[in-house]
Write a protein that binds this ligand. Structure first.
Ligand code: SF4
Ligand code: SF4
Length: 392
């Protein structure tokens, strides 16, 4: 694609990166075929090719516009388009630049600003999330319908600590909503003579702020973890939430231009493993109460981390029957804070995904990200579990 980006934008660190990505797109439109929002809305501007074009227009004009913002807001950041693209266009990176450009140059209406600030303040802080969930659980019936499914009583807090070669980052939402997943992973690793520890100084990985286009806040969260968490003494770093894992693996790239944190970020990211990578060389037994499983691979695992087939192999080796699932590449609509900010599209995608997952009557649905797990639990009758909880 030919580009003539505004000189001011080209002079920023993001400008040349955006230019190179835009030029790698040949505008073939193959990515539209696997884009969930294009499938639901049927509008060219709600597919990756249209969004790429809108970003090119913005960068050429040197200023953001409300039309581009609307269509970028509707993007799930699922990156299915990246998996499909034959030209290797780094859409996720371009979107991150585009969203940052919009947030920096175009003020949102006050209500949107309040909701976004609230999301960043609450979801990224386990202490605040606990308080809000306790309050929400008391007044659940008065909450807006779209928020009710997200309101549950939080689990008791797990003390952080221990000694070990594997650092388990507990995740802001994971540790509040389903701490048993982290507990179970720790027991699996211990049973294989691997020692695990957690760190009381762990903060948000930065994924939520990045999703909301606030690159500065995201990078601040990353620097804080690099400075305050004792990660240097760990051989490997793991998170049971693939939404966090994909961002943790990207620290090196996201802080590449930081003169102080760039090198540590790169070293940190090299130690991050997905749970499936950590468990790949071991074998496990299955639970006796579940035989047939529908597997939902989160976008952050299959498109973000490009890990496909590994969880399926571990579950099959343990003795589970994996039932066929239609359109496994499609997002369930959870996508971080998307279910709160874009409730109609999110619900439609969730219902489609729930129908695909339950078509062959599984005993349970397994997934790998707390966001997907909570989102789907509302629409699926079978239990929705993190896949590590199926291993014994
Ligand atoms: S992003 Fe890739 S698949 Fe989509 S239009 Fe560009 S080159 Fe084609
Ligand atoms: S990230 Fe997902 S929703 Fe966004 S354009 Fe790509 S395929 Fe579509």
């Amino acid at each position: 694609m030919r580009t003539e980006l505004a000189a001011d934008f080209l002079a920023t660190p993001e400008g040349p990166r955006a230019d190179a990505i835009l030029r790698s797109c040949v505008h073939c439109g193959m990515c539209n075929a696997t884009c969930p929002t294009y499938q639901v809305l049927g509008d060219e501007l709600d597919g990756p090719r249209g969004r790429i074009y809108l970003m090119k227009e913005m960068f050429e004009a040197g200023k953001p516009n409300a039309t581009a913002r609307t269509h970028l807001d509707r993007c799930l950041t699922c990156r299915a388009c990246e998996t499909t693209c034959p030209s290797g266009v780094r859409y996720g990176e371009l979107l991150e630049i585009g969203r940052g450009f919009v947030e920096d140059g175009l003020k949102r209406p006050w209500l949107e600003r309040v909701v976004r600030r609230w999301l960043k303040g609450v979801i990224a802080s386990p202490a605040w999330l606990r308080r809000w969930l306790r309050l929400g659980a008391t007044f659940r019936r008065f909450a807006p319908k779209r928020l009710r499914s997200l309101i549950r009583r939080p689990e008791a807090e797990e003390p952080a600590g221990g000694t070990g070669e594997i650092l388990l980052l507990q995740g802001c939402v994971q540790r509040v909503m389903t701490p048993e997943t982290n507990r179970h992973l720790a027991s699996l690793l211990t049973s294989r003579d691997l020692s695990v520890r957690t760190d009381a100084n762990e903060g948000c990985c930065g994924a939520l702020a990045l999703h909301l286009g606030d690159v500065d806040d995201g990078r601040t969260a990353m620097r804080r973890n690099l400075d305050e968490v004792d990660w240097r003494s760990a051989d490997r770093i793991v998170s049971t939430a693939t939404g966090c894992g994909v961002t943790l693996k990207d620290y090196g790239h996201l802080l590449a231009d930081d003169p102080f944190h760039g090198k540590p970020a790169h070293e940190f990211a090299a130690r991050v493993h997905d749970v499936a990578e950590l468990l790949a060389d071991f074998s496990f037994d299955k639970r006796t109460d579940i035989d047939r499983v529908a597997w939902h691979a989160p976008c952050t695992l299959q498109h973000g981390q490009k890990i496909a087939g590994l969880v399926e192999r571990l579950l099959t080796d343990a003795g589970y029957e994996l039932v066929p699932v239609r359109d496994p590449h499609l997002c369930c609509g959870s996508a971080g804070s998307y279910s709160v900010l874009q409730p109609e599209i999110s619900s439609e995608l969730r219902d489609r995904k729930a129908a695909a997952l339950t078509e062959h009557g599984p005993d349970a649905v397994a997934t790998a990200n707390i966001g997907c797990q909570m989102h789907l639990a509302d629409a699926v009758d079978a239990p929705v579990l993190h896949w590590v909880e199926l291993l014994r």
